[in-house]
Ligand binder design. Structure first.
Ligand code: NAP
Length: 506
């Protein structure tokens, strides 16, 4: 990296969010930008998660960019290798490679209030940027619970997102910790290999049958030759999910109707009443992410599998002790224990206008304006920020809405002209979060009787969007300058920033 390099925009991360931002910047005519990526290739969570069985539980025709349709998706729910290849392909198709700086981990970034720009320290030098787009994603930093005695375990340990493909599971005593979306894909994939597989289940998930099938050659041909058919397919997938939203957000009792499908999914494969009882959830479906699998329960019914209906509490030597006192010997522990979502690690590395980190600012809970910007952090935007997650549809829809907001933000900066920055007004941030939390009260995520990673340490839901994707798209179509403080540099290139310029004065 050249010394004192300055760019218009620095994007951090090259998953769906970062690559999407890069495409959008180019489409807006902005070519003066870099994408800083800590790993050696693009792909984000779809690069890191290569565990056996890894696939997306949102249909591929919806879980892809609207501006980059892929007529060749091989299955209705594509596997990780295909999604990763898709992102590599997007990178090439849209000419993003020259912008991407691989193995450039962002160590720190701080806002320079005099120069109105971000100074970004990476593992390979520093640069400055007028604007930062933080697309590090909520599922990027694996979380391993602090289990007493884990350090003394003599066997192998790894997380679902850091799979050790060199480690041979054949014949081993495998302990799988967790029963989230990752674990339920891993279990059926490794069960045939494992000598003994013990699943530590703290809370049983609701698991619905997964209607996966190969997409026929004829369908692919049609999608290729008549692109309208692919977009119609996408719209149908989207529309069905959009119609489901009100049950999640306003009428969780309606969801009770589909619990019977989940129960019959258990009954179909699990004949042992004691195991059935262990696997049957006691909270409203949808409170935690609804999981899709037609192979999970059959795998649990296999003779080499035990389900411990309790969390991992302690490790003594090679013995795993569950909260209910059950003891299990293991050669390998696989943690399917999720990610740092509500305490995103990048927040420790972002220092705003008042010299405080985003992590300190968010110590009582993440709060942003429209899921994008944070008060005290001018010209900093996050993709998949607070309350932009979905419980039942494709995150790519939300990402694309955020990219529209980003595009308008940059247009507004251009219109304002000169050295200028936008900082969301605390009152606007407060009002937005008040509205979001008000709507959250009736949702299944808050009332369904479970705890989940959607909730932060204070029990506040700071991850999920409590509405339809259409509502979010409308809310992020354009930037309302009234919600921002416009900051201008007092002098041409130095001096203190002149804040408090009202919208009317712009
Ligand atoms: P997760 O949903 O956060 O699940 C973590 C699991 O670990 C939970 O079952 C949790 O139990 C359990 N756990 C934590 N500490 C434990 C302990 N000490 N003992 C036993 N269990 C413990 O993580 P994830 O499965 O990696 O999924 C994270 C997110 O990634 C998903 O929700 C989804 O958004 C995404 N994902 C998507 C797909 C896809 O198909 N699109 C696939 C994989 C992942 P509790 O339930 O009791 O907390």
């Amino acid at each position: 990296m050249a010394q004192h390099e300055h760019v218009r925009v620095a994007v951090i991360g090259s998953g769906f969010g970062g690559l999407g931002a890069a495409v959008r910047l180019r489409r807006e005519g902005i070519t003066d930008f870099v994408v800083l990526e800590r790993a050696a290739s693009v792909g984000g969570t779809w690069r890191d998660n290569s565990y056996p069985g890894c696939a997306c539980d949102v249909p591929s025709h919806l879980y892809s960019f609207s501006f980059a349709p892929n007529p060749d998706w091989p299955r209705t729910f594509s596997g990780q290798p295909h999604i990763r290849a898709y992102l590599e392909n997007v990178t090439d198709t849209f000419g993003l490679r020259p912008h991407i700086r691989l193995e450039h981990e962002v160590l720190k970034m701080h806002w320079d209030d005099a120069e109105l720009r971000w100074e970004i320290e990476t593992s390979r030098g520093t640069l400055t940027a007028d604007m930062v787009v933080s697309a590090t994603g909520p599922l990027s930093d694996p979380k391993i619970p602090e289990v007493p005695g884990l350090d003394g375990f003599e066997g192998k340990i790894f997380h679902s997102a850091q799979w050790d493909h060199d480690y041979d599971l054949r014949g081993k005593r495998v302990a799988m910790i967790g029963t989230g979306a990752s674990a339920i894909q891993i279990v059926p994939a490794i069960q045939p290999e494992a000598g003994r597989l013990t699943l530590f289940q703290r809370t049983p998930p609701w698991v619905m049958p997964r209607m996966d099938r190969a997409i026929s050659g004829a369908e692919r041909w049609l999608h290729d030759k008549v692109p309208l058919t692919a977009s119609a397919r996408r719209r149908l997938l989207w529309g069905i999910r959009e119609l489901q939203v009100s049950a999640f957000t306003k009428r969780p009792n309606e969801l009770g109707l589909i619990e019977s499908i989940g129960r019959s999914n258990i009954r179909r494969s699990i004949k042992d009443p004691a195991l059935r009882a262990k696997l049957t959830p006691s909270y409203r479906i949808g409170c935690k992410r609804i999981l899709l699998s037609s192979t999970y329960y059959p795998a649990l019914a296999e003779p080499n599998v035990d389900v411990v209906a309790s969390g991992l509490k302690e490790v003594r030597g090679n013995t795993l002790v569950a909260s209910d006192g059950t003891e299990t010997e293991a050669d390998v522990i696989i943690f399917g224990t999720g990610f740092h979502v509500t305490d995103m690690p990048i927040a420790d590395r972002v220092v705003g206008a008042q010299g405080v980190t985003l992590a300190e600012t968010w110590k009582d809970g993440m709060e942003s304006l429209r899921g994008a910007t944070a008060a005290g952090f001018p010209n900093w935007m996050t993709i998949i920020g607070p309350n932009t997650g979905l419980g039942n549809s494709s995150m790519i829809l939300m990402i694309e809405s955020q990219l529209s907001y980003l595009a308008d933000y940059l247009r507004q900066l251009n219109v304002l002209g000169g050295r200028v920055a936008l900082d969301p007004r605390p009152a606007a941030v407060g009002a937005w979060n008040e509205r979001v939390q008000q709507r959250m009260k009736r949702t299944v995520w808050n009332t369904g009787g479970c705890t989940s990673w959607y909730l932060d340490a204070n029990g506040r839901n700071t991850t999920i969007w409590p509405g339809t994707t259409t509502e979010f798209r409308k809310a992020t179509r354009s930037v309302d300058l009234g919600e921002y403080e416009v900051i201008r540099a007092a002098g041409a290139s130095a001096g203190t920033a002149d804040r408090a310029v009202e919208k009317e004065a712009v």
